[in-house]
Structure formats: C-alpha cells, structure tokens
Ligand binder design. Structure first.
Ligand SMILES: Cc1cc2nc3c(=O)[nH]c(=O)nc-3n(C[C@H](O)[C@H](O)[C@H](O)COP(=O)(O)OP(=O)(O)OC[C@H]3O[C@@H](n4cnc5c(N)ncnc54)[C@H](O)[C@@H]3O)c2cc1C
Ligand code: FES
Ligand code: FES
Length: 1326
C-alpha cells in the first residue's frame, strides 16, 4: 500500500536515507537529484540519468536502479571524488544543495568521464544553490575536465583553448589544492545490478498495478493494453515524466485517483528517421529529443535541419537537465500550457501528431492552434493516446527561428515564446508561406494567421517589416488585465521577436545573394543569443601566511562539515528519524487580507483519517503572542482590538494579511495533516480599509511608530545655495530568502516536569526558547533548543520560526506526543515573508561640478501588518544612507508603512542594501544631470580625510575604503573598459553594454549594544579531545570552522581533536542571534577567551613539564574544573544610537569594499548578461580566506537576485502569487559573471575584532547594485541613440521586462501603457 503518491524524500526516509533533500517538491531546485539507471533493451545498454526524486513516481521505477548520494561514497568508507572535490573546493556552505550537485556531477561522469566545461554547465543547470554563488562548485568540478593546463574548453570558438588564444587566463583556485585528491576511477563505480539486467533483457512482464489508499497507478506494458485502459478510464491522465501532473498534484493539490503510466510501452519510444523527417515517439524525453536533433544537425546538411536548429535553440534553455531527462515531448505538447516552449516551434514547423484510440484506430492531427481548446485542454478525445510526433525536415528556401524570453535565461518558464518559419519562392525574397506562433500571449497557443496571410506574396524588406509589426499589434490581443500581467512587455516581445526574425532572414538571404536591403552592421549583434558560459576564470586573493602551517588561522580551511554535507550524512532538522508516536502539524492560513473571522469550522478536518486535533488561539496555554522590543505579534489570529491571551471560543477573531496563521491541524502523517488543513472552513467578513502598497500606505498615512530621522548640517539652508536641485525617487522590490531548507522543527515532550526539547531550524535559539516558554507558560529552564545546522537562513530564521516553534510546542503539549512541522516551500514563502520593499524619495542639491551639498531622503519601507523587526531595519537603512560619501548636509527620514501583507523581516543586509542603494541612485542621477561619469561624481563626494565622522557622528577612517576603490578600478581596468564599451555601443544598435563601480562602507554589529555579545563553553576531556559549544548558529557561513581554527590556535592542538556538536540552549544560554555579520566576531572572541582561560590554568603545569604531550598535560591536571570554562560571555564595546540627537556609535566598525561590474543587454528582449565583476573587499586579516571569499561571492550573487531577477508578485487581493521556484527565480549558474574576480585587500587591519578580521556576511549583497547601475548605463546608451534623455526611472529589480520597456523604441511605442484606473492589473508593486 502506498500512503504517498510519489517517490519523494519522505519515502526515502522510510529506508532512513536522508541525503536526498526536499527543497521545493516541484522539480524547481534540484536538491533532490538522484541517478536512475535503466536497461535499454532497444540499444542493449544501461542508461544513467538524473531525475528530480520529488517528481519521480516510485511505481514508475520498476526495473530501474536508483543511486542516491549515500550510494556513491561516505565518510565511513570512502568518499567519491565528486564528493571530495566539491568539499575541498569550498563548494558546500550550508550543504543543503550539495547532495543534488554531487549527484548531477556524478551522473555526468558516469556517462562521460572526461567532460567539458559545457557538459558541466549543462549538468548543473537544474541545480540551485543559495549560498555559494556557484563559483567554488564549478571550481571543484572543473578538475574533472580532461585538460592538463587548466583550460575549461569554454573558449570562444567551439572548445578552442582560451589560454592559448589569450582571451582568458586560467588556473585552479589557490584556495584548494589538487594534491592528494582521489583520482576518478570509473572501474570503482557501482555496477548496474545483474538481477535488473536479467530482468531487463527478458520480455517485460505484464501490466503492473500499484494501489495506494487514495491513488492507483496502472502501468501497461503494450499499446493495446494502454488503449484498453484509456477506453475504460478516459478521465485518467496518461502520465510519463510526471513533470506537469506531478507539480499539479504535489503543489497545487489536484487529485487524480487513477493515473496510467505509459513509459513502459515500447511503441511510444520509437524514433524513426524517414524521407520527410523524423517521427519521435510521444514518450521520448526532451533529452533524447535534444540528442536526436543535435545528431541530425551534426550529420545532415544544414538546409534540411533549420527547423531542428531552431528546436535546439529552445531545448538548450528549457528547464534543467533533470527535468529534460524526465519530461516527454508528448507531455510537453499535451499539457497545453502556453508557457511551455515546444508548441510554438513545432506548430511553426508544421508538425503532425499521430494519435490512436481503441475504437477509432489511428488518426493524424496537425499541430496548430486548433489542437488547443483551452488552458490545459486539447482536442484529443478522452480515449485517445498520442503515439508520435512527425517533425519534418526544412525545405530548401525555408528559414526557421525560435525565441523565448524568461525571467531567468535558463531553467525558467518563458514569458513569451515564439516559433517562426518563412518559405520563399526559390531564389527570391518573395514570401511563399509564413507561419508565426506565439506562446504566452493568451490562454492557448496563438497563431497570427491574418498577419501571415497578408504578408504572403510580399518582398522581405522594410515595408513588409513595418506592415508586419502593425498587423501583429492588431492581431495579438492581450487584455490589459491578462493573466500573468506584464502586458505591454509581452506585446512588445511579439514585435521584437519578429524584428529579430526579420533581421535573421534578411542576413541569410543576403548570404544567398538574394537582392534584399542591407542590414546595418550595427544590427548584427542582435542576432546572436547570449552565450551561457561557465565561470572559469578565477581570482586572486591574499592569504595571510605569516604564521606556522600548524596554526590554521588565516588559512583557507575547508568547511568543517563539508565532507558530511557532500555525502548526505550531515543532519538537518528534518533528517532526524521519526520519534515514537510522532505527529505532524500543518498550518491553516488566512485567505483574506483584512477580515473578521466569523467562524472556524474544523469539523470536517477532524473527521478525516489520521487527524488528531485542531489548534487555534484558544488552545494556547500561556500567551498567544511573541514579543520583540515590546512589539507583540500573535501566533494564531486573534481579535482585532486588544489582546485576549486566552480566547475562549473561535468567534470574533480577525486577520490582517493573507497567510496569517489561524489554526493548525495535527495528524498522524504529513499528507493527512496537509489534506485536513485544506478542509478547515473559515468564514470571513471582509473589513476595510485594505491596502498593500507603499503608495497606498502613504495615502492612508498608515505608518508604524516611531518614525526615525537622522540629520547633519543644515539641509534647508544648503538648498538655497546650490547650483541645481533634483527631486526623484527609486522603488526597490522585496526579496524572498529562499533558503534551500524550509522552516520547521520537531518538538518532543519529555514527559517529566513539563520538559520539552526542540530540534529547530533557528538562527536565534534563545529567542525561540523564550517564546515557547511564554506560549506554554513554563520556564525557559524546561525548554531546550537544539540546532545542529541550518540549510541556509539569511536572516529569515530568527522571528517566524519562533512562532512556528510555539505553535508546534503547543501541539506537542496538547497531544502529549512529539510533533514535527515542516513548511512546504509555498507555505514558507507565504507565511514567513522576506526583505522589505523600499521607496526612496529624495531631494538633492548639487553644484555643476557634481559636488553634492545637500540631500533630503525619505525612506518608506513596506513593513506588512506588524512591526516585527521593521524599525531596526529602517534604522539600519538610515544609518547606511551616507555610504562612503561626505554630504555635508544630509537628512534622512524613515517611515515603516503598515499594510495588510505578511510582516516583513530580516534579510542579509538588514536594510543596508536598500539604504545604500537609494544613495547610490542619488549619485548616479546627479552624474547624469551633470553630464559626468558616475564614478567621477562618486569620487568627488567620497569621505577622504583620515578622520571622518559619519552622518551619525561616528568616527572612522575611510582609508581602506579608498584603497578598495582605487584597487578595484585598477584591477578591473575600468577606464580602458569604459572606452571599449563606448566603442561597442556605437557599433551595436540592439545590444548595449554598461559598466558601473560603487564603493561601500558597511557597519558591522548590532546597533543595539546588548546584542553584541558572544558566549562559549569549552571542555577538555581527559583523552585530550576538546568540545567547543558556542551560542552561534552554523548556517553555511562556517562559524564552526572559524571557531575550531581559533580554538586550535590557542590550545595548540590540531583541529581534528576539537569538536563542535550543536548549538544548544542547555549548554550556552541567552545567546544573541547569529546575524548582523557579527557571529564570528562574537563567538570567535568568546571561544578565544575561553581557551585562553584554560591555557592560563594549564600554563604553570605545562611549564613545569615541558616535555609532556598535550594529553599528558590534561590528564595530569586535576581537578576537572581546570579543563572546562563554564561560559565565557563576551560583551563587545557599547554601541548605541541616540535618535533624538542624531548621534551615536551605531557600529562596532565598518567593513569596506568596492565593486565594478559590466553587463550587456539585449535591447529587443530586455535580456541581460553579466559579463564581468571585480570585487576588492576589506575583510581585515581574514581568518579563513576560503570562507570569506565564499561569503563575498554568495552574498554578491544573492544581490544579483535582489537587484535584477527576483520579483515577487502580489494579486490585487494581497495574495503572494510567486510561491515556488517555478514562479520566483533566484540566480542560477547562468547568472554568475563568467569573469568573477574577488580580491581581499592586502595589509588590512581591524583592531576591533578577532585576530584583526572583519565581519563579512552581509556587506557583499549591496555590491551587486553595480549590476543594476551597469544595466542602467546600458539602457541609457540605447536611449541616447534614440534621442531620448538618459535620465529615466528604473525600479529594482531590473528585470527583463523593465530593461526592455526602458529601452523605448518603435516597438514599445506600439504597446502603450493603459491609463491607470481603466483596467484591473494582474499584479501590483507593493
Ligand atoms: C521545474 C520545471 C521546469 C520546466 N521548465 C520548462 C520550460 O522552460 N519550458 C517548457 O517548455 N517546459 C518546461 N517544463 C514543463 C515540462 O517540459 C513538461 O512538464 C513536460 O514536457 C511534460 O511531460 P511529462 O512527460 O512530464 O508529462 P506528464 O506530466 O507525465 O503529463 C502531462 C500531460 O500530458 C498528457 N500526456 C502525456 N503523454 C501522453 C500521451 N502519450 N498520450 C496522451 N496524453 C499524454 C498527460 O495526460 C498529461 O495531461 C518544466 C517543468 C518543470 C517541472
Ligand atoms: S525538491 Fe525536487 S526539485 Fe526541489
Ligand atoms: S550550499 Fe548550496 S544552498 Fe547552501
């Protein structure tokens, strides 16, 4: 009996294999990648391919072998070289993505032991990592490339060595060494199980039937059987790859009681090449389609394969490798989803479908717009099955192209896709036939038939182009309120794509000597798609090597748990095996933004199998709230006015955002709890007002108190004397944390004295402990929180996890049983929220030489429905508003808007990236107005004196910031490249480049002084081993590794003799959160202090017995108290802000840096490519350059997401619609600049922190704003050419849509914005 419908990780749990991670459940992250091996009877070979375990139905694996990360190596036996190299190359931070990365690479090596960089790029395209920035992963894996000189074979011309042709310099990273790494020995790989081989060689057994409690899957073995089943069960979907059906069932909750698996029907796998083209069996995967097309393009004459080339263009960017290995061509077509890419191309190619039913036999259907009768619906009869797709060769005078534009270049659904084919009368430019199909501009595939018809018989020239655009504009109907939004952009893409097609064809006609108009040379680059290169050039860093090699401080030591993470042995909270009697809790959340709760009716849910209880505010034994600085937030929704700590019944409660927790269902299993939660009926009465955006909050004057202000100089007076005044604003969208491990915990009641243990994914276990205590009404001393590691956190696992813990603990106490809570990705995004959206309105006074004399900036943040940490975040934005600039008269006001959205929270940078960004925007716009290069205006305004005061009167020296800046411009070759870019821009009309550099001054530590403390407990055992416990949380940043390095230095014992087990409130109480880039400073100092104290105690004995070993010293030194430092609480220097007087030492010290980035944009599509980034960062004297560089790269890439691609969309009703990796795009491998150089500033010092190092976790995020400003420069270049002003609004993130629409031209003019108020937009900018 199957209780689950899929082989996803929870089934792997049953066999206690936890290496395969569950990050999204929808095929969108790659954390669950495993290798499937199958015997291919047709070709007598074993196929190895990756799949996403979360979507692979277990019943479809009959006869297949599945290899998980545990199967290839372990720390207990032997690591596989892939595991060893990703670990040693520092490619594993939090480690949650690592097993998936390992399995993708392992499978590639199984198929190709000597891969190229392109192979690696393709293999990892479907694996996301939120921590590393990908570079170190590639760095480790590229060591498998078969090259002696380190060339990545990523050269410009088809694998040509780029060291030889001088375009790039190469070497393996200095951060790890290839000495002593295990060689790849394919003979050691697991063999395909002989019993499966024997089974595979035999004739397939008959139909298989898998019966679950709610689901049934039948797997017929032949076509007759399949057709019979389809006749008997016409409503049952045919499932093959399960990549459409699966996410619908897993994520959207669609239920199919019966599915028919067609993957074993060999007739549907057949590929037949004939005289007219190829017939691809319907269940051929997209990978096999791609292989066939590549072979055809390689082996056949180019003229016949034009259509196949177009298909390949699409297939290369379509999904990730795992999905392409699972997804079938038939499934892609029949899913009838206009965002899927194949239909527009296949329809343009005049493909035919062969379908069959038991009753009516075979019939051929043309693949065109008529096949699709609605979203997800086709004209196939319910009893029909798709047999194959005939894809014809191209004819001699036929030209074909495929286009797609997505939010992210790879591994993302297209916003609009298109297939275009034109046939000319032989030897002429007269159109004989034209096919144009679009996906993404309506609920189904759109053929622009009228346009095509009217262009037949016309000459391919400018008149045709003009008419075509006009006709397209008329024919593509997209209502202003169309589903998916981005209406003007989508309309513009239809004509822009056609223009590209027009140019491509014109070029090809000219190559054939047909008399057509000349395509201007500067148009040609528009025809080249961006190349997705892999990061292969590497960096220079200066590692401190002053001390002995025995002393690990300053050396690039590997993350202490990297091997365990790479083998899947590292335990995260949800890897802890089920405790006896364990239950599962699932949250019931509000579907209304502002409403009174009339009634909550859990009766149907309570009657469902496995459901144990339902919880709501009335079940909370203590207080139904958590507090932060006197700001309360309810756990469960309560009455709107005032607080009732223990409501007696369900009535009269109210909610103030969609996603607010109303109740929770507790059941025996995840599935039962999830299903039951959907059955809880909540009756609402909508309340007014309801609004979501910053603009609306300003209209309603809806702000939280207190409002903040910082001021230096006399701003008003200065405005009277300046040459110019500029008033403008910039909007910055929010950001989802998208840590790979979603939030959750296990609460285990101990049964005695009300004791409770929590295994929780928290960055701040002491706060979780406190909130749970208040909720349950019991003392903190009875509650113990354990945190081993987090699969990423980025600030998102401080506050909300405390509420989830309190609810789960309440469930555990109520039922007396252990309770597990694991948020699904969509719920995590909905409930926990993320980085605050900001609006910065500014008035700036400057002189004509670019000197800024005065700036008055008002920051508005969208705080959501409760204050939470929003005030502290706004304060940080204000405290960072001066960045590195000495603006003598500066005023900042900060207002946190209260809206009806989930409460926004901390996110890496904590307001810094927003505060800094607004100021950089000011600098940028002043430069534009003055007609000066922005870098010059930045330089003019920088702090320069040795002793400077920030706008909040904190003393600092900008010397190292200026050094970072100068070195950065120098290393980046900024000035030369600026010229080259200008040259590029004049010779390219539709592609433009931009470059930008920014300096950075970033405050480290908490501005509330009492948080600046660390604690550590160090035990030395009689055998000489050492156990360190501290109050920090290991979430990938390597805090444990650094703590070990420090302990090792002081105690003078190897790191291997020192151990860190977990963070536990029972060992180290009242610890501060690991945040504010301050974790290592605090914990490091505490560990150092504790170890020094121990050494002081041991010292006399050691001096008396200098020949003893460490073990002899500690064995002999009694009593035990000598070997244990109970708790070292280390209080950092006082930091505090006096907001009344705008002054105070808000930070411990500043981390400095500078960054320069270059991008190229496609003006026709809005696509952009990050070309090169150079960073110079001052990390003081790095404790561990590998970890610090990892933080810089990872933070920077997260910043790329923040400023360019990560876009959250809310409906008009305040519902977050982007709730998973399919809709919300974090940077993937394709977004990392292929030249990414990180330099650590030499001879940097920091007297304030441990061993003169500096905190580095948060600052690098902001450096990615260089990409935003480089994009803005590139857009400005495009606009200048059109005679438009280069001062124009551009909100962050600079998405493809925003870039395209800012590059105003004849095509955007055809899609004017509708008047506000005349339509209902699909989404809003909150
Ligand atoms: C993370 C992710 C990213 C993706 N990215 C892209 C992308 O960028 N571009 C893109 O185009 N697509 C993308 N896809 C979609 C993917 O290509 C399709 O889901 C896939 O091709 C469907 O094939 P399948 O075998 O998995 O279909 P299934 O889910 O197994 O079935 C899909 C539908 O097809 C029907 N069907 C399948 N075969 C037959 C048959 N022989 N006869 C009758 N009916 C049949 C089924 O009944 C069902 O309705 C993505 C999917 C995921 C999960
Ligand atoms: S969990 Fe399977 S792809 Fe994300
Ligand atoms: S190391 Fe990749 S997600 Fe954390």
């Amino acid at each position: 009996m199957l209780s689950q419908n899929h082989l996803h990780v929870s089934l792997l749990y049953i066999v206690l294999l936890t290496g395969t991670k569950y990050g999204c459940g929808g095929g969108g992250c790659g954390a669950c990648t495993v290798m499937v091996s199958k015997y291919d009877q047709l070709n007598n070979r074993v196929l190895h391919y990756t799949v996403n375990a979360c979507l692979q139905p277990i019943c479809t694996l009959h006869g297949a072998a599945v290899v998980t990360v545990e199967g290839i190596g372990s720390t207990k036996t032997k690591l596989h070289p892939v595991q060893e190299r990703i670990a040693k190359a520092h490619g594993s931070q939090c480690g949650f993505c690592t097993p998936g990365m390992v399995m993708s690479m392992y499978t590639l090596l199984r198929n190709k032991p000597h891969p190229t960089m392109e192979d690696i790029r393709e293999a990892l395209g479907g694996n996301l990592c939120r921590c590393t920035g990908y570079r170190p992963i590639i760095d480790g894996f590229k060591t498998f490339c078969d090259v002696s000189n380190g060339c990545c074979q990523n050269g410009e011309s088809g694998g040509k060595c780029c060291i030889e042709n001088g375009t790039k310099q190469h070497k393996y990273s200095d951060l790890f060494h290839m000495d002593n790494v295990l060689p790849l020995d394919p003979s050691q790989d697991l063999i395909f199980p002989p019993e499966l081989m024997i089974m595979g060689k035999k004739r397939a057994c008959g139909s298989l039937c898998f019966q679950g409690d709610r689901l049934k899957l039948i797997s017929p073995v032949d076509l007759t059987n399949l057709l019979e089943l389809k006749t008997e069960y016409p409503e049952a979907p045919v499932v093959v790859g399960n990549t459409t059906i699966g996410p619908n069932m897993q994520v959207k909750g669609v239920h199919h009681p019966l599915t028919i698996y067609a993957g074993r029907v060999s007739d549907l796998h057949t590929v037949t090449w004939g005289k007219d083209g190829v017939s691809m069996g319907a269940v051929c995967t997209l990978s096999s389609l791609k292989d066939e097309m590549e072979r055809a393009v390689r082996e056949m004459e180019a003229e016949r394969t034009r259509g196949y080339q177009a298909l390949l263009q699409t297939l290369r960017c379509l999904a990730g490798k795992q999905i392409r290995n699972m997804a079938t061509i038939g499934g892609n077509i029949l899913s009838a989803n206009p965002k899927y890419d194949l239909n527009s191309v296949l329809a343009a190619l005049d493909c035919t479908l062969q379908v069959m039913s038991k009753e009516n036999g075979t019939r051929a259907i043309t693949l065109n717009e008529e096949l699709f009768t609605g979203f997800g619906k086709t004209a196939l009869r319910p009893d029909e099955v798709l047999l194959s797709i005939d894809i014809p060769y191209s004819k001699p005078w036929e030209f074909v192209s495929a286009f797609r534009q997505a939010q992210r270049r790879e591994f993302a659904f297209s916003i609009v896709n298109a297939g275009m084919k034109v046939l000319f009368r032989e030897g002429t430019n007269i159109v004989e036939s034209l096919n144009i199909y679009y996906g993404g501009v309506g609920p189904t595939l759109v053929k622009v038939g009228r346009t095509c018809q009217k262009l037949v018989g016309r000459s391919w020239g400018e008149e045709l182009l003009a008419d075509a655009c006009r006709l397209l504009e008329e024919e593509v109907e997209l209502s202003d309120s169309a589903h998916g939004g981005k209406v003007e952009y989508r309309k513009t893409l239809t004509t822009s794509f056609f223009f590209k097609f027009y140019m491509q064809v014109l070029q090809e006609l000219r190559e054939r000597d047909v008399n057509v108009c000349l395509l201007p040379l500067e148009y040609l680059s528009a025809l080249k798609p961006f190349k997705n290169e892999v990061v292969c050039l590497f960096l220079l860093q200066l590692v401190s090597n002053a001390q002995s090699s025995q002393d690990p401080v300053g050396h690039p030591m590997m993350h202490q748990a990297a091997f365990h993470q790479a083998t899947g042995e590292a335990q995260y909270y949800d890897d802890i095996p089920a405790v006896q009697g364990e239950l599962f809790v699932y949250m019931v959340t509000s579907t209304r933004a502002h409403a009174k709760i009339i009634n909550i009716d859990p009766s149907e849910a309570l009657g469902m199998t496995g459901v144990v209880t339902f919880l709501s505010a009335g079940d909370v034994p203590g207080q139904n709230r958590r507090m932060l600085f006197n700001n309360p937030e309810e756990l469960f929704a309560e009455e709107e006015v005032g607080y009732r700590t223990v409501p007696s019944h369900y009535h009269s409660q109210s909610v103030s955002c969609v996603g607010q927790i109303i109740g929770a269902v507790v059941a025996e299993s995840r599935e039962q709890a999830r299903r039951a939660a959907q059955m809880v009926k909540v009756t609402y009465q909508d309340l007014l007002p309801v609004f979501f955006t910053i603009e609306e909050a300003i209209q309603h004057q809806s702000f939280f108190d207190p409002k903040r202000k910082l001021e230096r100089g006399d701003v008003g007076k200065a405005f009277e004397t300046v040459d110019q005044i500029l008033e403008d604003e910039i909007y910055l969208g929010g950001q989802e944390h998208f840590y790979m491990e979603t939030q959750g915990l296990i609460a285990v009641p101990k049964g005695e004295n009300g004791e409770l243990e929590l295994f929780v994914a928290s960055q701040h276990s002491a706060y979780t402990q406190e909130v749970v205590g208040i909720t349950l009404g019991i003392d903190s001393n009875k509650i113990t929180c354990h945190v081993r590691r987090l699969g990423g956190a980025f600030g998102g696992k401080v506050m909300k996890i405390a509420s989830l813990s309190a609810i789960t603990a309440t469930a555990a106490v109520k039922t007396g049983r252990p309770v597990r809570c694991v948020l699904e990705r969509g719920d995590d995004m909905l409930i926990t929220s993320g980085r605050h959206p900001f609006l910065g309105k500014y008035k700036v006074g400057y002189n004509n030489d670019g000197t800024i004399m005065a700036a008055d900036i008002t920051y508005y943040s969208n705080g959501g429905c409760t204050l939470n940490e929003s005030l502290a975040i706004m304060e940080k934005a204000l405290l960072h508003m001066d960045n590195g600039y000495k603006i003598p008269n500066l005023r900042g006001r900060g207002l946190v808007c209260k809206t009806y959205l989930p409460s926004y929270t901390a996110f890496r940078g904590f307001g810094g990236p927003q505060g800094l960004m607004v100021m950089e925007s000011v600098l940028h716009e002043v430069a534009v107005k003055c007609g000066l290069p922005p870098q010059k205006v930045r330089e003019i305004n920088m702090y320069r004196e040795e002793e400077c005061y920030t706008h909040h009167k904190q003393l600092f020296s900008p010397r190292d910031m200026l050094r970072c800046w100068d070195e950065c411009l120098d290393k980046a070759g900024y000035h030369d490249r600026l010229q080259a870019i200008q040259q590029f821009n004049t010779s390219n009309r539709w592609k433009k480049r931009g470059i930008s550099a920014v300096p950075m001054k970033f405050g480290v530590g908490f501005s509330k002084g009492f948080f600046n403390q660390g604690a550590a407990l160090v035990n030395i055992y009689k055998d000489g081993s050492v156990l360190v416990a501290h109050g920090g949380t290991e979430m990938g940043q390597g805090i444990n590794t650094k703590a070990l390095q420090i302990a090792s230095r002081i105690l003078k014992v190897p790191m291997s003799s020192i151990h860190i087990k977990e963070t536990c409130t029972g060992n180290v109480p009242n610890a501060a959160p690991s945040a504010a880039s301050f974790g290592t400073d605090a914990v490091g100092m505490a560990v150092k202090d504790a170890c020094e104290k121990l050494m002081r105690r041991l010292k006399p004995f050691m001096e008396n017995h200098p020949k003893y070993t460490w073990q002899q010293w500690v064995i002999n030194k009694h009593p035990p108290g000598y070997k244990k430092v109970n708790i070292m609480m280390l209080l950092g220097p006082h930091t505090d802000m006096d907001w009344e007087n705008s002054e105070g030492p808000a930070y411990y010290y500043f981390t400095f840096g500078a960054c320069c980035s270059e991008v190229e944009i496609d003006c026709l599509t809005g696509d952009h490519k990050n070309l090169r980034t150079d960073i110079v960062m001052d990390v003081g004297r790095s404790l561990n350059p590998a970890l610090d560089i990892g933080q810089i790269e990872g933070g920077f890439v997260q910043g790329i997401g923040l400023y360019t691609i990560e876009e959250l969309q809310f409906s008009l009703e305040g519902v977050l619609m982007t709730r998973g990796p399919s809709q919300y795009k974090i940077p993937a491998l394709c977004d990392v600049p292929p030249q990414f150089n990180v330099h650590l500033l030499a001879n940097a010092q920091n007297p304030h922190a441990i061993y003169r190092s500096k905190g580095i976790g948060e600052p690098p995020v902001f450096l990615a704003s260089t990409i935003f400003f480089a994009i803005k420069e590139a857009v400005a270049a495009a606009r200048r050419e059109r005679g438009l002003g280069d001062s124009f609004p551009l909100s962050s993130p600079a998405t493809a849509e925003r870039i395209r629409m800012a590059c105003e031209d004849q095509f955007t003019e055809m899609a004017p914005s509708p008047k506000k108020g005349t339509f209902k937009p699909w989404s809003i900018n909150i």
